[in-house]
Structures are given as C-alpha cells and as structure tokens.
Ligand binder design. Sequence first.
Ligand SMILES: Cc1cc2nc3c(=O)[nH]c(=O)nc-3n(C[C@H](O)[C@H](O)[C@H](O)COP(=O)(O)OP(=O)(O)OC[C@H]3O[C@@H](n4cnc5c(N)ncnc54)[C@H](O)[C@@H]3O)c2cc1C
Length: 590
Amino acid sequence: MKAAGSWSDPRRGSPLVAAGVSAHRTSATRANREAAGDPGLPWRQAAGAERTRRGTGGSDRRGEPAALPARRRMMEPAVSLAVCALLFLLWVRVKGLEFVLIHQRWVFVCLFLLPLSLIFDIYYYVRAWVVFKLSSAPRLHEQRVRDIQKQVREWKEQGSKTFMCTGRPGWLTVSLRVGKYKKTHKNIMINLMDILEVDTKKQIVRVEPLVTMGQVTALLTSIGWTLPVLPELDDLTVGGLIMGTGIESSSHKYGLFQHICTAYELVLADGSFVRCTPSENSDLFYAVPWSCGTLGFLVAAEIRIIPAKKYVKLRFEPVQGLEAICAKFTHESQRQENHFVEGLLYSLDEAVIMTGVMTDEVEPGKLNSIGNYYKPWFFKHVENYLKTNREGLEYIPLRHYYHRHTRSIFWELQDIIPFGNNPIFRYLFGWMVPPKISLLKLTQGETLRKLYEQHHVVQDMLVPMKCLQQALHTFQNDIHVYPIWLCPFILPSQPGLVHPKGNEAELYIDIGAYGEPRVKHFEARSCMRQLEKFVRSVHGFQMLYADCYMNREEFWEMFDGSLYHKLREKLGCQDAFPEVYDKICKAARH
Ligand SMILES: Cc1cc2nc3c(=O)[nH]c(=O)nc-3n(C[C@H](O)[C@H](O)[C@H](O)COP(=O)(O)OP(=O)(O)OC[C@H]3O[C@@H](n4cnc5c(N)ncnc54)[C@H](O)[C@@H]3O)c2cc1C
C-alpha cells in the first residue's frame, strides 16, 4: 500500500475538540485584540450607552426604544473583558512585565500562549489537509530539493563567505536553546515537511526532515502501522531526531531513532545530492547521526515501520530501594517480550517501572485513554501507584501511549502552570494544553532565560546500564532533580560518533532530569561539569540539545570523532559547516 502526502492531525485531533478550539479561539482572539490594541474603546462605548440610558430614563430620543437593551446586552461582555484587560494591564504596569513573566508566568501562558498555540496547530492542520487533498508533496519533493541545491551553489558562487545552517528559526525547535549562529551563518531554507511514501511491503516510510512525530503517528496508526521507535513529543522532527538524538521506551529492542533508519538523502557542501545506506556510501550513513547538520543537509529519510496494534497493555510496578530498582529495571530491559520499558524515579529509592506490550484486546474495565484532555497528567497518574503501593494493569490506546508525556511536557508544565493538573483546570482548559515549546521559548525574554539557566536543568545523559546505580547517586549529589526519566536502549557497535566501548552491542540507559535542582548552592556550570565528567568516565554520552559545559577536548573524549573528521575533510565540510562542537557548546547558544 502506498500513501502519498501527509495527513497530520494536530495533538488534539478529534473533530469535537477541533470544534471547541475554533469557538474558543474567536473569543480569545477578540480578548487579545482588546487587551493589546484598544482596551479603552469598548468600555467608552458602553459607558456612553449607559450615560444615554440614564439621561433618557431608558428611552431613546431618536425613537429606537428596543435598540438600547439589545445593544447593552451586546456591550456587557465587551465591557467585562475590557475592564479585565485594563486591570490586567494595570497590574503588569505596577508589578513590571519582568516580574509577571518570571513569577506569574501562568498568567501570560494561559492568556496568550495557549490560544496562540491553538492557532498554530489549526494552521498546520489545515495545511496538512490541503497538501493531502492535492497530493502535492511527492510531486514537489524533487523540485524542493533542487531549490536547496541551488541555494547551496549560490552560496558557493558568492565565495562561501560564512558557514551554512538550516534556515529554520531557532525558536521553532524543541531544544530549549537557540543557536547564535543562525544570525551569522547563511540560512538555507528547507521547506520539507511531508510524508512522501508509505510502503508496507518493504515496511518503510519515506519522509521529509520537518515531518513531526505527531504527523507520523496520526498517519501510520490510522493505517495500522507504526515506527519501532516513536519519540514522545508531537513537535519533534525527523531531521532533529536523526541529526540530534531520538529515543523512546521501545529503544531497548530497536535502539535509538537513527538505528531504525535505513537510508538518508542529503545535499552536500558542494550542492550535490547523495543517498546513503548501510551498504551504499556507508561511511556517511554512519557519520550523519548526532552530527547536527555539519556534514550536509538532510532532505529525506527512510525509516522502518512495523505493524501496530490498537492498545498498549501496560503494567505498573512500584519498586522501593535503589538496588531493587536497578535490578528490576535491568531485568525488564533485557526481556525482549516487553515492547516498552520505562521507569519514573520519584526519589533515590522510589520508582514505578512500567512494561508494556501491544495488543488488540482489552480486558473489561481496564481501558484508560490517558491522552484525553481531562485526564490527570501521566506522571501524576503513575505516582499514584507508588503512593498507594499497588501494582496496576491498564490498556492504553497506542497513540495516547506514545504521547503520554506530551500534555505535561514530561513534568515541565507544573513549573509553568502550577495548577495545570487540577481537575477543574483540566476539564475547562485541558484541551488547550500544552503551550507550544517554541512559543514558550520565543516569549521568555533574556531575564527569564538567564534565570532558567541558573535554576533549571534539562539534561539527558546516556550511560551504560551497568552503571545505573552509580549514575543515580551522582545525579542526586550533583543536581537532585525528581522525577527522573529512565529509558533503556540498546546501543549497537557501529561506526560513528556514538557507540559502546567494546565491539558488541551494549544496553544503555537514558537518564532524563528536567526541573529545578534541589542541591544546596546549585551552580549550573560547576554542577553540570561534574556530571559531564562522570558521564565521560563511564563511557556515556550527553544529548546534544542540552546545555553542554565541556570544552572541545572533553567533548571529543566523550564522542568518537574519527569517522566524522575524516568525512568532513573528504566532503569539503570544513569551509561549509561549523564543527558539531561549535554548534552545541554553551558559547554557541543562548
Ligand atoms: C523539553 C524537551 C523534551 C524532549 N523530549 C524528547 C523525547 O521525548 N524524546 C526524544 O527522543 N528526545 C527528546 N528531546 C530531545 C530532542 O530529541 C532533541 O532536542 C532533538 O534533536 C530536537 O529535535 P527538533 O526536531 O527540535 O530538532 P532541531 O533542534 O531543529 O534540530 C537538531 C539538530 O539537527 C539539525 N538538523 C535538523 N534538521 C536538519 C536537516 N534537515 N539537515 C541538517 N541538519 C538538520 C539542526 O541544525 C540541529 O543542529 C527533548 C528535548 C527537550 C528540550
């Protein structure tokens, strides 16, 4: 079966929700307009009407007795909104915008970012629908690639004065930092965001690099297929997951996102087009993952697909004691019968370990559609099993499982909307959540960014499973952030930037720490450098989207640069792209 074009539904997919979205959007937009543009006008009009009514004793001198109450009825909501907007602006004025943005961020997020995020989603929904209807994507793909080649050749003809990078604005990416290089490098516009082909015979999907995980699940699960590794957040893109890193709770079976890819298509520094696979241009194939676009521009990728089932039968098991947690987690990660393995660590010796298999059957009364907007945030739901110290078994619709942490952005949203998991908020506004990370980034401002940098950690460290216990102690001593995400993965022994020390595949674990560090006197640079040192010492790796405090030497101690540097020289990348370290180090991003 071949499906051309992409047909993505947005996060909140259902038509019912979409209808709700539009209705709300209208009033939110109006409120925004009034708050931002002309707060006084409706109020003045209403006051005028009120004056007229009082002055005339309720009758209209111009002989329109019925018009006034009707107009008044129309004005009342406008007046309330305008008064609210005025009060809000006054409050911001008194407290200062910075204070409000930092200490009461939820006000800004709830009033502005949530509606704006919806508008974004609706735009992408409509666009995907149009593309699908016109089936234009595959037809236009080659033309778009030629356009990228043309841009690169023009850059060359103009003397290759600066390095090149993708033209996607930094604020649009999921990574919390924005590359400073976007302002100084030649931006190559890569407008490639469509699913090109699904070939169920070969079990391959061919996609363009800006295709998001939300798009992929929406299309593939609707036709009974899925990616073996489907990273969590809807907005993650194929390009970012290959050039950066991608992982999911099935990675103990299938490896990282790069390990389920079977071919990459790239535009190189000289404008030429190349396709690479494990048997054709294999050096390039193995060097591309984690290279962050410093070997060429990705224009398409082929990814394996597997048959999907409707539900995940998920078992929740609370475990106490660090030794028991590590033993249990290692054991479950080695069991191939488990399609999914994930752990949430709530303190150094309390965790819930989840194991899942795909199934088409559901036991009565055990279906839990956790992705519905009014459901509790997933990590809070899991925590209940720990609090009540009981095991559980639930059947979760597949797409809900894949995006189980999306609504709460793992647990990041609790710092932004502290009452976000309150049932009242969930039922009333849950369908608007989460705000888009890109918009959060775009609007955070310099002060907030600096504050976050010093008082907030977002890090994923990949370490060998055999070092898990030692690693968790180190995390506790250096940063002390909970919950911690534990996601096992198998790391094959292949050439490239990231591989195990020995010649055999090794079981690793991604330790994800997101939140406010609770160590006394946390100092981002020194604490993170300590953690990075530990990770290097156990032959682990730091995900490159996060703040990296290593110097160049330390970086190349962590990553194997032998193949990468060889290819950069061979493909003339040194004058075309910065070295990967220069793109991701602390100094390169803000
Ligand atoms: C809050 C948060 C949650 C996260 N959750 C997850 C998760 O659940 N699972 C997971 O696996 N990871 C997760 N990550 C990490 C994420 O995988 C990486 O940040 C990923 O690289 C970001 O993907 P992106 O689509 O935003 O890519 P980008 O940030 O746009 O790209 C990453 C790198 O790839 C390069 N690149 C992208 N496209 C191209 C192209 N076409 N050609 C050449 N170079 C290109 C970019 O230049 C950049 O250097 C998370 C990160 C954050 C901050």
